[in-house]
Structure formats: structure tokens, C-alpha cells
Design a protein. Structure first.
Length: 331
């Protein structure tokens, strides 16, 4: 085997083995002990192929062929995995929203409006609400930093003429007691959920219950585009009801799908690396003229920061004067 082929083959063995090991560890077919045995067997198998990569004997060719067949089988099994809607879910993503038109308005079922006391104590409330598309007045981007840096969660909220607000948050749909792993999002560990919820729930839960740093930015967008974006989010909700979808940390997450939906509503939308790093979306918006240029980006971040405005709320966001949604928009 020529040297360059041997080097390429060695890199292939190492990278493919890392992928298989991570897949087996995250998915854990049958039980943990089964995964441990399979991982050990795979590493021994790959080590033998690596050791004998320079040997060109007829009776060893089967070893490399067997590795390729086994890898093909694992990859095939991975892509044959299908997302489901009938698992035992965490209560906050237990229901999926759906909608229909009633008397010229949009009637949305399973709008989440939980009352949070702490992360483990809350009152579940799923509501049916109606909205008139022509009453949509503005759209805001919410960026919530659950860790410091460019990694964050981003979602959209719509404001209506009657003072109502409705948030749409594309999230991981976790099973009961499953927990979240960024790495697991690459290996089909989670389905995708679209949470449609009241800001008193969806934003307050992040800013005050989970202690995430939350920022809210008004987006410059035309009225017809707001309405189309609202409907596209609802269409996405209906699609997820009938055709569940895998969450993917890189290519199918809160921002990549957000941009997909915006393109349905607004036409072509320029993208760059910041689409993959939601914490950098304010920079993206500022560079593309989506934030009022009267303020610098640093000034916008200071004005948009929700947490200093809500730190005093020890009894929850309901029954406030001014209302919670107005309080967090005090720019």
C-alpha cells in the first residue's frame, strides 16, 4: 500500500472509529453494558486494521473488507433511525401546538403558559388562543445565553395591537429525565419541538428561573412579512405534529430553522457563520440593518438586556403593572 494511501486509511480508521464509539455511547442500544462491549470490540477491530494497514497479504484483505462492511451497516442503521412523537416527554414539551382558521382568525391549540416557581416546581397550563393576523405589530428576536460566549438559544416573539405577545421557540424535545447534551444533538438523540408560548412563561423561565442572560431585540420587518413569518411558524408546528423531525446541533437547530422560515416569508436571506452561533445574531442583525442605527451595538445590548429589568420579580411575572412583556421592552 503506497504511503499516502496508508496515511489516508489511518485517518479514516481513526475518525470513523471515533464516530462509531460516540454513537454507541450516546444511543446505548439495549443497555450500557452492551454499549461498552460493542465499543471495546469495535476498538479492537479498528486497531487490528490499523496495525495491519501496511500488510498486503491475501488472507488479511478480509479484515479491511469486514471493517468497511461493518461501518456501512452502522451508518445504515443510523440513517434508518426514525423520529417519534409518542415517547414519554418532559412536561414542558409534552404537547405540540397546532392551528386552524376560525372566523377569520388563527386559532392555536396547546399554547404553553406555565406558572414557574423553580425549575422543578411549576403549574402546567396549555391554552387555546385566537389571533388576528392583521393585528401583528412587531417581531422581536430573543437571544438567551445559557453559557457565556457565542453559544445561545434564539427564538422569535410576535407583538399584537391588543397588547398580547406570542413566542415561538424551536427546542430540543427531551424525554422524561433525559437531560441535554450538545454532543447528543449530532447523533439523533433528540426530536425537535416548536414551543408556542406566552412570554410570561417562555422568557421568564429563562431569565428568572434558569438564570440565563436574555436579550430582546426589535427586528425591522414589513407587516406582510410579519404575517407570513407567523403563518410559517404555525405551518412548521403542524408539520411536526404529523411528521416528527430530528434536532441536529449543527444543521437543524433553533437558528438554522429560523432562517429557513424567514426565507419562506421574506425571500432570500443572506447567511454567514453567525447563523450557527446564535449568540452572535445581534452582530449579524446590526450589520444587516435590522437594528435601529441610532444606537451602537453595545448600546443595543445594554438596552436589550432583560435580566436587570426582571431581577426584582420574586413572585412571578403575572399581574404586573406594567405587564411583563412591556417591562422587558423598556428600551
Amino acid at each position: 500500500m503506497p504511503t499516502w494511501i496508508a496515511v489516508f486509511y489511518a485517518i479514516f480508521l481513526i475518525t470513523s472509529s471515533i464516530w462509531v464509539v460516540l454513537l454507541l455511547w450516546i444511543q446505548q442500544p439495549i443497555a450500557l453494558w452492551v454499549s461498552v462491549i460493542l465499543i471495546a470490540a469495535w476498538l479492537i477491530f479498528a486497531a487490528l486494521c490499523f496495525y495491519f494497514r501496511h500488510v498486503n497479504l491475501p488472507n488479511l484483505k478480509w479484515l479491511h473488507a469486514a471493517y468497511m462492511m461493518a461501518l456501512t451497516g452502522v451508518i445504515g442503521g443510523f440513517f434508518l433511525m426514525t423520529p417519534q412523537n409518542d415517547r414519554v416527554w418532559e412536561p414542558n414539551v409534552e404537547r405540540l401546538a397546532n392551528y386552524r382558521f376560525v372566523d377569520g382568525q388563527v386559532e392555536i391549540h396547546n399554547v404553553r403558559n406555565f406558572i414557574w416557581q423553580d425549575q422543578d416546581t411549576y403549574i402546567t397550563q396549555w391554552e387555546t388562543r385566537r389571533y388576528a393576523l392583521e393585528n401583528i405589530q412587531s417581531v422581536d428576536l430573543i437571544v438567551s445565553h445559557f453559557i457565556a460566549g457565542p453559544v445561545a438559544h434564539a427564538f422569535i416573539s410576535f407583538s399584537f395591537a391588543d397588547g398580547q405577545h406570542l413566542a415561538f421557540s424551536l427546542e430540543v424535545r427531551q424525554e422524561k429525565d433525559e437531560g441535554f447534551s450538545v454532543l447528543g444533538g449530532f447523533f439523533r438523540q433528540y426530536e425537535l419541538a416548536l414551543v408556542v408560548g406566552d412570554e410570561n412563561d417562555v422568557i421568564y423561565a429563562r431569565s428568572n428561573i434558569r438564570d440565563e442572560d436574555v436579550y430582546i431585540y426589535p427586528i425591522k420587518i414589513q407587516n406582510t412579512q410579519m404575517q407570513m413569518l407567523f403563518l410559517e411558524y404555525l405551518n412548521q408546528a403542524n408539520r411536526l405534529n404529523h411528521q416528527p423531525r430530528w434536532y441536529n446541533t449543527l444543521v437543524s437547530n433553533c437558528t438554522t430553522i429560523l432562517f429557513d422560515l424567514m426565507e419562506y416569508a421574506m425571500g432570500s436571506v443572506p447567511r454567514d457563520y453567525r447563523v450557527l452561533l446564535p449568540g452572535l445574531l445581534p452582530h449579524y442583525m446590526y450589520d444587516h440593518g435590522q437594528l435601529d442605527p441610532r444606537f451602537t451595538l453595545d448600546e443595543w445590548k445594554q438596552r436589550a438586556h432583560v435580566n436587570p429589568k426582571t431581577a426584582h420579580l420574586t413572585q412571578g411575572p403575572d399581574q404586573l403593572t406594567p405587564p411583563f412583556s412591556e417591562l422587558i421592552r423598556d428600551y
